[in-house]
Ligand binder design. Structure first.
Ligand code: RTP
Ligand code: MG
Length: 148
């Protein structure tokens, strides 16, 4: 089953949005395969955002992403990579639709609450950067067993 990497950025953790964001992915029907609160090192930040290393905002971006804890997650399900991006909304919250995570909670492009992998290749790469294989759990979610 398809997996993607999603991360609540430091602003989202500071603003107590972790629970709401996890809830949106759960309610949509996706399955959590792994999650951790962590502090990103400068090295990991530069590797994760390597595609932007020549952009003028690179320093600002790596400073921000290392400025406080992030909540890193792996979500699993059909079309989860593209659907997670839709749920996040456009990169610049000024342009994100209301109803999306950035559209509902973000104001500026530099502090836009959430990251999500943008392709199958990035998803595989980013999951590998943030999680060891043993960190991810494969399990059945047979909800009937808890309903009497
Ligand atoms: P992300 O990688 O964080 O999920 O965001 P994204 O795919 O929607 O956007 P991307 O183009 O990959 O940009 C990565 C992050 O860089 C910051 N950014 N700042 N100042 C600027 O013009 C600018 N452009 C991008 C944003 O925080 C964006 O999420
Ligand atoms: Mg990106």
């Amino acid at each position: 089953m398809e997996k993607t990497f999603v991360m609540v950025k430091p602003d989202g953790v500071q603003r107590n949005l972790v629970g709401d964001i996890v809830s949106r992915f759960e309610s949509k029907g996706f399955k959590l395969a792994g999650a951790k609160l962590m502090q990103i090192s400068q090295e990991l930040a530069e590797e994760h955002y390597g595609e932007h290393k020549d952009k003028p905002f690179f320093g600002e971006l790596t400073d921000f992403i290392t400025s406080g804890p992030v909540f890193a997650m792996v979500w699993e399900g059909e079309n989860v990579i593209a659907t997670a991006r839709k749920m996040m909304g456009a990169t610049n919250p000024a342009e994100s639709d209301i109803g999306t995570i950035r559209g509902d909670y973000g104001l500026t492009v530099g502090k836009n609450v959430i990251h999500g992998s943008d392709s199958p290749e990035s998803a595989e790469r980013e999951i590998g950067l943030f999680f060891n294989e043993g960190d991810l759990i494969s399990y059945n979610k047979d909800q009937d067993q808890w309903i009497y």
